[in-house]
Design a protein around this ligand. Structure first.
Ligand code: SF4
Length: 290
C-alpha cells in the first residue's frame, strides 16, 4: 500500500504546471480572432523571440503567483497548480456558459502531462492550443486533446538562442516530457540551429496538416520578404491547406513596425504558392484588452 501511495504522489506531482494567469477576453489572433474565450496562460518558455510580448512568462518559477481574473473578484494563488485547480479557475472566470479555452504561454507544450490531464476536466468546452511549433514530439503527445492548434511559424532571424527551462534536479516534473530511446523518458530539446528549426517546423506541419489548425507568422520591420520564403515553401509542401495569419508585430521595446510594402510583399509570396493568407493585427492590443 505504501508503494502505491508513493507512486500516486509522484504521478500527482508530474501533472503540476506553473500558471501565470487565467482570464476571460477576446481572442486577438489567428483563426478565432474576435471570439470570446477563456485564456489559460502557463509559465515556462525556453525560446527567445525578439518581439516576445510576454517575457514574464519565460521562467517556470514555482514560487511565483497566478492571477485569476474571477468574475467575482480577481485574486492570486501559488502558481504551481493541478489540472483540477486550473479547471476550477477556468469555471470561475467564465461569465456565463462554458466557452472555448485557449491554452497559451509561455510554451504550453512544456507541460504535456498537465495538458493531457486537463482535457477531461474542461469538457464540454473546446480546447485550443497556442504553440511556438518548436517541440514536435511534445506536440504529438497532446495533439489529440486539442480541438484547434494555432502554430507559430517563426523566421530564424527573429530568434535568439533558447535557454532550456531550469528545474531542480529532484523535481519530478520534466518539461517537454517525451518517450526516450531506451524505453524511459527524456526532455525534448529546443531547436538551436537553422537546420534544427527547419526539422522541427517540418514535423509540426506534418502533425497539423488536415486538422483544425492555423499558422501564425509575426512580421516585424527591418526584414525583407525573402526572409519568409522558406516558411511558405515548407507550408506549401507539407500543409498547403493550412490557413495562414500574418500578424504585423506590435512595436514594443524598440521593435520596428512592419511597413505596408513588406506586408504586401509577404502576402504575395504566400498567394504565389496558392496559400490562404490574411493580415490581422493583434486585435486585443488595438482594443487594449488583456
Ligand atoms: S514562444 Fe511565445 S512566450 Fe516564448 S519567447 Fe516566443 S513569443 Fe515569447
Amino acid at each position: 500500500m505504501a508503494a502505491r501511495a508513493v507512486r500516486a504522489d509522484i504521478v500527482e506531482k508530474r501533472v503540476l504546471a506553473p500558471l501565470m494567469e487565467v482570464f476571460a477576453s477576446i481572442q486577438g489572433e489567428g483563426a478565432f480572432v474576435g471570439e470570446a474565450q477563456i485564456f489559460l496562460r502557463l509559465r515556462g518558455c525556453p525560446l527567445r523571440c525578439r518581439w516576445c510580448d510576454t517575457p514574464a512568462s519565460w521562467a517556470a518559477s514555482t514560487t511565483s503567483r497566478v492571477r485569476i481574473d474571477s468574475v467575482r473578484q480577481a485574486r492570486e494563488e501559488p502558481a504551481l497548480a493541478t489540472p483540477f485547480q486550473a479547471a476550477c479557475w477556468v469555471a470561475e472566470c467564465e461569465p456565463g456558459e462554458p466557452r472555448t479555452v485557449s491554452v497559451t504561454g509561455g510554451e504550453p507544450l512544456a507541460w504535456p502531462d498537465f495538458l493531457l490531464a486537463l482535457r477531461p476536466l474542461l469538457k464540454p468546452r473546446r480546447m485550443h492550443l497556442e504553440t511556438a511549433g518548436a517541440h514536435p514530439r511534445s506536440l504529438a503527445r497532446v495533439l489529440q486533446v486539442f480541438d484547434h492548434i494555432s502554430l507559430d511559424l517563426k523566421p530564424e532571424a527573429d530568434l535568439d538562442a533558447p535557454e532550456e527551462l531550469g528545474l531542480p534536479e529532484d523535481d519530478v516534473r520534466m518539461p517537454f516530457r517525451v518517450p526516450g530511446g531506451d524505453g524511459g523518458e527524456q526532455s525534448e530539446r529546443s531547436p538551436r540551429t537553422i537546420g534544427e528549426w527547419q526539422s522541427a517546423r517540418e514535423a509540426c506541419l506534418r502533425l497539423v496538416a488536415g486538422r483544425d489548425a492555423c499558422g501564425k507568422i509575426v512580421v516585424q520591420g527591418g526584414r525583407e520578404a525573402r526572409d519568409y520564403v522558406h516558411l511558405f515553401d515548407q507550408v506549401e509542401a507539407l500543409a498547403p491547406g493550412l490557413p495562414l495569419f500574418l500578424t504585423p508585430v506590435t512595436p514594443l521595446g524598440g521593435i520596428a513596425p512592419a511597413s505596408r510594402k513588406l506586408l504586401q510583399d509577404v502576402v504575395e509570396l504566400a498567394r504565389d504558392r496558392g496559400l490562404s493568407v490574411r493580415v490581422v493585427p493583434q486585435v486585443h492590443r488595438l482594443l487594449k484588452l488583456p
